[in-house]
Design a protein around this ligand. Structure first.
Ligand code: GLA
Length: 718
């Protein structure tokens, strides 16, 4: 068993290959955290606990012996119940009162895990779980804390279920997960960004007393913030040091709070944002929170990322797609915008084949000419596509390509028949309806809306037979309100539950159709989405000079195979990146093209075909390999992607600007097998892994104006 309960000390030990998480039921009947860190033998750990009496926090003088509940580490702290630190749980009880203390009632340990109904969650395969039941004194409010352990992947998940055992309603104000850590000698690592720069800025700041953190109140995880964060030792590097990393399996509003308390310990609370959130639980009802994933490693930020990458590919992404070849797409958006039509698509199909693309994606523009109308109706433009989409798809298939279609299901344009007929179906405040990009967000918390969208999408998809859907979302939620819900505090959460329900039904009906989600580029890049779509469009910024850092930032939390990554002609930086550089950065993730190949010379198309073939030869390192970030600084980014068995590796270096000082660089590789001998494509010579990782190799020819990429492959020689 990876989860052990030791009854004399009432201690729970949750073991993974390299970590131990331990807590016990203390003398007050409260679940008290003991330890999270490197795997340790099973022993009585209670000696490391600290008791401060009379810290001035309210305590129970009958049983409490003056023990202040804000001085010990807790597993499930509830608000206004003596522990004045950030709470994980908060309720208004059936009598309309605040503050419920929660005490241990019972527990069970089992193989596998319980599903979380209505929400995405990690696979039961290889899991063991613990269900810890806590109740208030009156016994009419129950909180079940679920711990799930995946030993092989070094990941532990935590989520809660709140049950109303009272006669009247309970209001859930917060149902987050808490992880308390000893000490505060840590840095906080977060991913920040903006539209065109999603997760590009990896911010690392030392913890200070008080509260730090990040959040989203936009209805989606967002361009600016991401649910992932890590707490690491001050001296942790890419390759060594203690790291605790967290990610939340959810796509809506979230809040990560990291608090250093008065005694210098660190509390991590992560969950659905409490902004505009209030969930009413009728008698007998229950509320399930999404799950928080965590991993501990002493192998630095690099190993942290690899732990999450492996876990996401094995336990989150739809298994059918997780490790299988992703078709090389040619997407119409960047080259044509709305100006697409049947003839253009068919012409494109011919040149798409020539460059080695395997799937043609008809992006936005098939039901409208600009962004002002059509969303919600999805009625194909007859002038542009006279034979209809089903026939177009057939013709594309006849040319030997697969077919993909863009949708933005969660929206209605102001100019649409849907909005004219059902203005009550969009999310809006009582004050006014604002159209942004001409559109409003549909109230997917309303099952009728989900039903309508499912029927609409199925009608189109049944005819089209698409192998791929690009599922977009181009407006955040503002002025939140539903014409339907008496309970306005549930609109944000019910919206995202509706999105999941629609995704569930579509993926169930079209199990072989690969969905790539998107939100104005990478505005909803999270584990909730990855549960349904194996890849997400990383950013609308495809200029290699930005993309390389967007991708490396994203890689802190998410594997390269989850990042839609296209070879384009974008020049957001104003610099003209060469083909090598464009290929090198696009080949990092799920590869494709986004430009008009018809205007290229035959020779240039043949060169792209070689890139497509090269990508297919190297895709193994993207789908199944391990990523090692080597350096990321102002003028250079370098990383190596190594196959699982370490027989194949692809190293990439991007030099951003002209430098006379750095005409060459000595680079030490990582992640190779020290004892193996590799053929290095740079000079076609053999080197041992040990030489490559310790002495390194010198890369010359970097005195190049305006940026350059160097790609080196290593293949083991036997
Ligand atoms: C968003 C996406 C783009 C494209 C457009 C279409 O911005 O990120 O890739 O699909 O919408 O309107």
């Amino acid at each position: 068993m990876d989860i052990i309960f030791e009854s004399t000390t009432r201690t729970f030990y949750l073991n993974t290959k390299n970590s131990t998480y331990a807590f016990f039921i203390n003398e007050l009947g409260v679940s008290e955290h003991l330890y999270y860190g490197k795997r340790i033998p099973q022993q009585d750990l209670r000696g490391i606990c600290f008791r401060q009496t009379y810290s001035f926090a309210p305590y129970d003088s009958v049983v409490g012996d003056r023990v202040s509940p804000d001085t010990f580490l807790q597993e499930a702290p509830s608000g206004n119940a003596g522990d004045s630190r950030i709470c994980a749980l908060s309720f208004v009880d059936s009598q309309g009162k605040y503050g419920s203390r929660l005490f241990y009632a019972e527990h069970s340990i089992r193989e596998g895990r319980e599903p979380i109904v209505g929400l995405p969650y990690s696979s039961a395969e290889g899991a063991q779980s613990l269900e810890l039941v806590l109740r208030n004194k009156r016994g009419d409010l129950e909180v079940r804390v679920f711990y799930v352990v995946w030993k092989e992947e070094d990941v532990v998940a935590k989520h809660t279920q709140v049950r109303n055992l009272a006669d009247g309603d309970i209001r859930v104000l917060k149902a987050s997960a808490c992880v308390d850590l000893w000490g505060s000698e840590y840095d906080l690592v977060e991913l920040y960004g903006s539209y065109h720069h999603e997760r590009e800025f990896v911010q690392r700041t030392p913890l200070k007393r008080g509260v730090q953190g990040n959040f989203s109140e936009r209805g989606a995880s967002g361009h600016e913030s991401n649910p992932f964060f890590a707490v690491c030792a001050h001296d942790a590097t890419e390759d060594r040091g203690d790291v605790y990393a967290f990610n939340f399996v959810y796509s809506g509003n979230f809040k990560n709070e990291i608090q250093v308390d008065k005694l210098g310990n660190t509390r991590v609370v992560s969950g659905i944002s409490d902004y505009a959130f209030e969930h009413v639980l009728p008698s007998g009802g229950n509320f399930c929170s999404p799950e928080l994933l965590m991993t501990y490693t002493d192998g630095g930020l690099g190993q942290m990322s690899r732990n999450f990458h492996t876990f996401i590919r094995r336990k989150i992404v739809p298994p059918r797609f997780a490790f299988s070849h992703r078709p090389i797409v040619l997407n119409t958006w960047e080259a044509f915008g709305f100006e697409i039509d049947e003839q253009k698509i068919l012409d494109l199909a011919d040149s798409a084949k020539e460059i080695g693309a395997e799937l043609l994606v008809v992006d936005d523009g098939w039901f409208r000419n600009d962004d002002a109308k059509g969303l919600g109706d999805f009625a194909v433009c007859k002038e542009k596509f006279p034979s209809g989409l089903a026939r177009l798809s057939e013709k594309v298939h006849e040319k030997g390509l697969m077919f993909g279609l863009w949708f933005e299901p969660e929206m209605a344009n102001g100019q649409s028949e849907l909005y004219a007929a059902r203005p009550d179906w969009v999310i809006c405040s009582a004050d006014a309806q604002y159209f942004s990009r001409g559109q409003a967000v549909l109230d997917l918390g309303n099952p009728e809306v989900v039903e309508y969208l499912f029927a609409k999408m199925s009608e189109i998809l049944d005819g089209v037979g698409a192998e791929y859907i690009k599922w977009d979302m181009n407006r955040y939620i503002s002025e939140v309100g539903s014409s339907r819900a008496a309970r306005q505090g549930e609109v944000f959460h019910r919206y995202i539950l509706g999105v999941y329900e629609l995704l569930r039904r579509i993926t169930e009906r079209y199990p072989y159709t690969l969905i790539e989600t998107c939100a104005g580029g990478g505005g909803r890049f999270d584990l909730g989405m990855l549960y349904y779509s194996p890849q997400i469009w990383t950013s609308d910024n495809t200029d290699p000079f930005s993309r390389v850092n967007i991708q490396l930032g994203t890689s802190y939390a998410y594997p390269p195979s989850s990042m839609g990554s296209h070879f384009t002609e974008a020049k957001v930086s104003g610099l003209d990146a060469g083909k090598e550089l464009r290929y090198a950065t696009a080949a990092f993730g799920a590869y494709g093209y986004e430009f008009d190949p018809r205007k290229l010379s035959k020779g240039a198309r043949a060169r792209l075909r070689e890139y497509s073939q090269q990508y297919k030869r190297e895709e193994n390192v993207v789908l199944r390999g391990d990523l090692y970030r080597i350096c990321s600084c102002d003028d250079v980014a370098a990383y190596i992607q190594v196959s699982e068995d370490k027989t194949q590796a692809v190293f990439t270096l991007v030099q951003f600007f002209f430098s006379t000082a750095q005409q060459s660089r000595l680079v030490r590789m990582k992640g190779l097998n020290a004892d193996a001998v590799y053929r290095c494509s740079l000079d076609n010579k053999n080197y041992s892994g040990s030489i490559l990782m310790n002495a390194g190799i010198r890369i010359g020819g970097l005195e190049h104006r305006g940026g350059k990429a160097v790609r080196i492959t290593f293949v083991e020689q036997r």
